[in-house]
Design a protein around this ligand. Structure first.
Ligand code: MD3
Ligand code: FE
Length: 217
């Protein structure tokens, strides 16, 4: 019995695509422990509900967000920042579950980054039509740490640009369980997500969920 089980699981961590130095896609990497990851996710969103934040320009983001870990990424009319307090509740963000931390650390090691200790996990929830326009992630203090991102639920097309906004972006399909690691020279590249198509996924229902793990401080 167990042999059959392990034969099924082994290929999960085998597929890896190197996009450029510092950027790796680990296909299905998060599926090994997806039960624990999804369960932890519902616990976090119960404590710190997903919400549509307002950008400094006054726009409501189509992606709903929350955080766990010591720091959470927030935006409001005053700007973008990492904050130890959830502005909606006035309380600290939920702790980062060990299933999250271990997944992020394992993925970083697989991509060649030892000693990744994320202190922030941003949870992004995409409903049908939600998108993220091209941007750089620059609010972290130290760009030497990688970013690990985990895709769950509905598929999406990830836009992967260059170091300048005008650089032509490649389109990379991301499926449930895919994990990407971005470090080194890839860390400051522009990126985004095309509008998510309507659908239903047994794990997440009508949504795509993305977890991004960072070293904020
Ligand atoms: C490449 N999230 O939260 S994850 C974000 O799918 C964000 O929700 C997207 O961009 C999402 O900031 C993309 C993949 C990702 C995350 C961070 C990166 C790619 C990156 C940082 C630098 C370069
Ligand atoms: Fe980003």
């Amino acid at each position: 019995m167990t042999f059959g089980l392990f034969e099924d699981m082994a290929p999960c961590r085998a597929q890896r695509e190197e996009l450029c130095p510092g950027a790796v896609v680990l296909r299905s990497f998060a599926r090994v422990n997806e039960d624990a990851v999804c369960e932890a996710l519902w616990f976090i969103t119960a404590e710190a509900p997903l919400r549509h934040m307002i950008t400094p320009g006054g726009f409501r983001m189509s992606v709903a967000m929350t955080n766990c870990g010591s720091y959470g990424w927030v935006t409001d009319r005053t700007g973008y920042r990492y904050d130890q307090i959830d502005p909606e509740s006035g309380k600290p963000w939920p702790r980062m579950p060990s299933a999250f931390f271990n997944l992020a650390q394992d993925a970083a090691v697989s991509a060649g980054f030892k000693d990744f200790e994320p202190d922030a996990c941003l949870v992004n929830r995409y409903e049908a039509g939600a998108r993220l326009s091209l941007h750089q992630d620059k609010d972290e203090r130290d760009f030497s740490a990688p970013i690990v991102s985990v895709s769950l639920g509905l598929p999406a097309i990830f836009l992967w640009g260059g170091l300048r906004r005008e650089d032509k972006a490649m389109r990379i399909p991301l499926m449930h369980g895919d994990v990407m690691v971005w470090g080194g020279p890839a860390r400051l590249r522009y990126h985004g997500v095309l509008p998510v198509k309507e659908g239903y996924h047994p794990r997440t229902g009508p949504y795509r969920i993305n977890l991004t793990f960072r070293k904020a401080r």
